[in-house]
Design a protein around this ligand. Sequence first.
Ligand code: ATP
Ligand code: MG
Length: 561
Amino acid sequence: MSEEKKALNFIEHIVEEDLSKGFPKKQLRFRFPPEPNGYLHIGHASSICLNFGLGLRYDSPVNLRFDDTNPAKEEKEYVDAIKRDVEWLGYVWENECYASDYFQQLYDWAIKLIRNGKAYVDSQTSEEMATQKGTPTEPGVNSPFRERSVEENLRLFQEMKDGKFPEGSHVLRAKIDMASANMLMRDPIMYRVLHRPHHRTNTDWCIYPMYDWTHGESDYIEQVSHSLCTLEFAPHRELYDWFLDQVIEDNKIRPKQREFARRNLSHTVVSKRKLLQLVENNVVSGWDDPRMPTISGLRRRGYTAESIRNFADTIGIAKRENLVDVSLLEFHVREHLNKIAPRVMAVLDPVKVVITNYSEENTEWLKAENNPEDESAGYREVPFSRELYIEQDDFKEEANRKFFRLKLGGEVRLKNGYIIKAESCTKDSEGKVTEIQCTYDPKSKSGSGTEESLRKVKGTLHWVSVPHAIKAEVRLYDRLFTDEAPDAHKDKEFMEFVNPDSLQIITAYVEPSLKDAQIEEHFQFQRLGYFNVDSDSTPEKLVFNRTVPLRDTWARIQEKS
Ligand code: ATP
Ligand code: MG
């Protein structure tokens, strides 16, 4: 959908209102501000689509800003992954910015606050400070260091910066109001000592600015007009504004913080901290494990950027948190892949069919349509021979009238091929069918134009020719968590809900046209679902992921139980 045609969301209404009050459109500027402490997840996609969507709607610049103020948790690997993911989602940022680029400016402003009597060095322990914080209904207590002289504060802050003090010995605090009804306004910490190298500034700094002090000032430096964040920051808005008041100059844009609700997806967790636990405990193979709700995991699983954007657009943004069912995400990927994924045949759980009246020497190359939804996708040829694989599930010795697949004495059409009839079958000692003997109707070939080719039989099965089939590894995925909201339980840890059966690896047979399938290529395995080529795949050993089955079996299982 083009940006103009969509209904306005409430954030866009705020922007429209500002424009109608005379805010110049060309001064609109947005940013997406991830902290590089993990990979982006599907929740971030909402924020990315919101901010970059605004950029597209108003033809305004959008910065990608790394909020990199905590060297203990941040890494270059994450910066690179975030850039890759935003780019892959199809967005172009104006500037690549880093809060760490503003460390000097932030430091200079901190000095200004000290000089103006708006900040002081507190030399208490964090426990002492915590006891003085008060409660929402009781005011806090002033620190004994609150009335230090400007000179002493300047000297101590300088020494903090010069590395003279160990971690935890001193902090710089804003001097606001220990009795404020907003606990965040009770002299919040602006700087702490951290003797940690930073992935960009290395050992240049051993004091690091806190989020609240950094975020608004970074917005101001970049002249961001609308700074959009999730609801948990609503109480921070007062502080955001207070910090801006300390530095704002005439004729500059004053950034405006507005909040929207976090998006949560069912049967998973969307928090980098929790996703990191899954990685570190080897519950998954990495951040891009196809079961992960990360952008890179979804991509590897076979999700398209378009399907993720459409999903984010459909759920839109909200003022209140809620849980979005993962089947909605699956709906969007099915819808997109239905349009673009070539159809191929693959058998996941094979049983052999022998067509007894078909010559042993013969192979026919049958014409098969690549995508009925897209004529330009053209045709390919699939080999047909005397021995074929079909799915175990598609055969029963005996079955009632509602079973439209193959049964003894019954007929089905083989997709793109002939009508066959099951005559007999062979079983092993456990009663499992190992081979089905069939006959075929030579005149019934699909597309041959004969009366028999038009003959309707109830079922059509997919199949592959035994001598031509390629063995491939197929990875079938299920929900990573058995619970709808694994991290919403007061008495249980989300890790307790990890689904032990979220990955099943099988060997399948695929048609030979897939021989040169490339990593990330999408296919519809007919009657089964959408699959893509995993990054572990090699020309010697193809590996496919099941992106999503054709139908939402999960929803049906849920209904039954
Ligand atoms: P996490 O808890 O996963 O680390 P975060 O909010 O700390 O999330 P940031 O890197 O700070 O992660 O997020 C960058 C931007 O994305 C922020 O503006 C944040 O509000 C937004 N965001 C993060 N998670 C979600 C979510 N689930 N839904 C919508 N927006 C989100
Ligand atoms: Mg965070």
